[in-house]
Ligand binder design. Structure first.
Ligand code: SF4
Length: 694
């Protein structure tokens, strides 16, 4: 009966970065209906298929429901059920043993995509325990944009979809299918209806590219070269904002001289984009005011990400689009507890020098360890040995570049703990697996620490299974057991209250309001200057020598060159139906996308004897996988799009759960890494394909 349903407002979470405001119908402690909230700050009523299906995961028959301890050999699938107190005791004893026999750096704390407060609780636990090593794949997601932005202009410039733009450039960001840190397409589509124009930079002809006035189809991995060609046009044709450049930039003259060498004609070979189209696109951006660039993380998934991000920030700046309404802004955070205070950064002052990657001379302010360097520490003991790991919200056997290396590293760890919803290939290799509560089952804050100036209320709506704990609760209890109890909270609700406390909102009032937003103001540099050493946007980095960074963005480092053996260019594609490697076990999603597909241009397929639906073997210099061919003219004939994140939960056991057969990261390597962020090349990998013969 409809009248028995109680409707509550919350925000979607854990199917991606979250952010859509939802109305959720609950009956008898069970979610029976989900719909979009028309008043949603970010989504205005929109909800995607993943959001609609999200309650299915709460009642999946194979959901983990008890703490498990490995009984047989690692990966054999033999487990014994243990109590939470046994689990907490054993984990703390094993991690403390490592700390005593070597030091705290020997235990790493690993996180997948942050979902809510659990990410910051993990950093807090690491800091209080004394380990500087929080490992996350930020080398390919978020850090290159954020950290390059901070070095260049003192902040991370994010798109402003709440104010009207004349032009929005979607640079490697398909916001109607993916959710970039809460940048959901609804607000953009409202703007488009009111006349905002679109330009799309994407190697696929996405639905948004079809609606755009200009679509550029670059070679995957050439964003840095394309952005430098844009700068060339804007500078050479004098299309920049002279007043802003004169008053607020450092090194314009040098940059202008430098980008002379990057003409569209010169960069056409690298980017595959015709030079006249590059010129037209650069002019379109420069003369449209305000213009916003929504930059997606494909530009980060390559060794040249520092150069790509620096060139794009320079473009935003010299065209007068930094921190203006409808441009790329620095949102003010709402007055909640600051991140540094919450994670107790004060307790580990030597962190910057002690983190594994500090020994690789990565860029300052990169505060999570790139996975390639973590695995090197485990496997080779460089710069020191790491023997224990705690992992949450992550399945690195599938999601980190070079899955073979990950497999070896996970097997080598003395002690591995994984908290999870479901037995993933990574969890199957652990010593202990902890069952977690998920979305709708505990109170949480969304978007804290993402840099978008909002925090969202995610109130608990139903009870979790009795022995499923939220990651926050697990970490809080581990903290009490492994470190001094004075640093920890009475319970989970005290954690969220402590973060809200400076705002003056208690939990109930916050839930009633739905979200908190920072004060809205623009051009903050006018009174304050930019937060860089020169107080200006550093087109030339004043700290380049001190930090060993390139002073200007360059396009010298090109991707791995193709050759006769590997004539095609491979790139990976995420799916709108899944989140990285998650949720292949949800039937509602699996029906929509039952198997991994590789997209191939029909002309290329015809040459290679591949038909729609054929099993194809994709091979790089590093490995081979098999996926199904899907033919489409929306991609370049030389480019192959393999699906990323695939494994097969229906196959039992880590050795058979398909972590090798269709997994994109069997094709990738960490043999060469970008210097600033330790990033491997996930875009533009030379490959070949053929029909799979078994
Ligand atoms: S777009 Fe993301 S936040 Fe919105 S409903 Fe879908 S999964 Fe949830």
């Amino acid at each position: 009966m409809v009248e028995d349903i109680g409707w509550t407002r919350t925000h979607c979470a854990r199917m991606d970065h979250g952010g859509c405001a939802l109305l959720v119908g609950v009956k008898d402690n069970r979610i029976v209906k989900v719909k979009g909230d028309p008043d949603g700050f970010l989504n205005r009523g929109y909800v995607c298929p993943k959001g609609l299906i999200s309650p299915e995961k709460l009642h999946h028959p194979d959901r983990l429901k008890h703490p498990l301890r490995r009984r047989g050999k690692r990966g054999e699938g033999e487990w014994e059920r243990i109590s939470w107190s046994e689990a907490i005791d054993e984990i703390s004893r094993r991690f403390l043993e490592i700390r005593e026999s070597s030091d705290a750096r020997g235990v790493a704390f690993c996180q997948g995509m942050p979902k809510g407060l659990e990410h910051f609780m993990l950093i807090r636990l690491a800091n209080i325990f004394g380990s500087p090593n929080v490992v996350a794949a930020q080398d390919v997601c978020h850090a290159p944009r954020e950290v390059s932005g901070i070095h260049t202009c003192g902040f991370y410039p994010v798109v402003d979809f709440h104010h009207r733009s004349d032009l929005v450039v979607l640079w490697g960001s398909n916001v109607t299918e993916t959710n970039e840190e809460g940048v959901i397409g609804s607000l953009l589509m409202d703007q488009v209806k009111q006349g905002t124009r679109l330009m799309v930079v994407d190697s696929r002809k996405t639905p948004l590219a079809e609606r755009a006035e200009i679509w550029l189809q670059p070679r995957p991995g050439s964003d840095h070269a394309l952005a430098l060609a844009f700068l060339h046009v804007v500078v050479e044709e004098g299309l920049y904002d002279r007043e802003f450049v004169e008053r607020w930039t450092h090194g314009f003259g040098k940059m202008a001289e430098h980008v002379r060498g990057y003409s569209p004609e010169f960069m056409t070979d690298v980017t595959w984009v015709p030079s006249d189209l590059i010129r037209k696109a650069a002019r379109f951006y420069a003369v449209s005011h305000p213009s916003a660039i929504q930059w997606g993380n494909p530009l980060e998934q390559q060794e040249n990400n520092f150069h790509a991000a620096r060139a794009l920030v320079a473009l935003m700046a010299i065209c007068g689009n930094l921190d203006v309404p409808g441009g790329n802004i620095q949102p003010r955070e709402p007055p909640v507890l600051g991140l540094g205070k919450f994670v107790r950064a004060d307790l580990i002052p030597s962190k910057r020098k002690e983190m594994i990657h500090a020994h690789h001379r990565t860029i300052p302010r990169l505060m999570t360890v790139p996975p390639a360097y973590f695995r090197e520490a485990v496997l080779d003991g460089f710069p020191y040995s790491v023997r224990g790991a705690y992992m949450q919200c992550t399945n690195p056997l599938i999601t980190w570049a070079d899955s073979k290396m990950t497999y070896d590293a996970l097997r080598k760890l003395d002690f591995l703990v994984v908290s999870e919803l479901f037995m993933t290939p990574t969890a199957a290799l652990a010593d202990m697996v902890l069952p977690v509560a998920t979305q709708f089952e505990f109170n949480d804050l969304g978007h804290y620490g993402l840099g978008h100036g909002i925090v969202l209320a995610r109130p608990k709506l139903v009870d979790p299974p009795p022995e499923c704990w939220s990651d926050m609760k697990i970490l809080n209890e581990l903290g009490k057991a492994m470190t001094s109890p004075e640093y920890w909270y009475e319970n989970e609700d005290a954690i969220v209250e402590s973060v809200l406390e400076p705002s003056g909102f208690g939990w109930e009032a916050f839930v009633e309001k739905g979200y908190l937003k920072g004060e809205e103001n623009f051009r903050k540099y006018e009174p304050e200057g930019f937060r860089t050493p020169t107080g200006k946007v550093e087109l030339v980095l004043s700290t380049a020598e001190k930090f060993g960074l390139p002073p200007l963005p360059v396009a010298e480092i090109l991707q791995e060159k193709g050759n006769a053996d590997y004539p095609l260019v491979l790139t990976g594609a995420k799916s709108p139906n899944y989140l990285h490697s998650s949720y292949r076990w949800l039937q509602g999603l699996r029906k929509k996308e039952p198997e991994p597909v590789t997209r191939i241009h029909p002309d290329t397929a015809a040459e290679l004897g591949i038909d729609e639906g054929t099993d194809v073997e994709i091979e790089t210099a590093h490995g081979k996988i098999v996926q199904k061919a899907r033919l489409t003219r929306k991609i370049h004939p030389k480019v192959v799009y393999a699906s990323y994140g695939w494994w097969f939960p229906e196959d039992e056991g880590v050795e058979t759960s398909g972590w090798k057969k269709a997994n994109f990261n069997m094709l990738t390597t960490v043999d060469t890494l970008g210097k600033e962020f330790g990033t491997p090349n996930l875009k533009g990998i030379p490959c070949r394909i053929r029909p799979f013969s078994g």
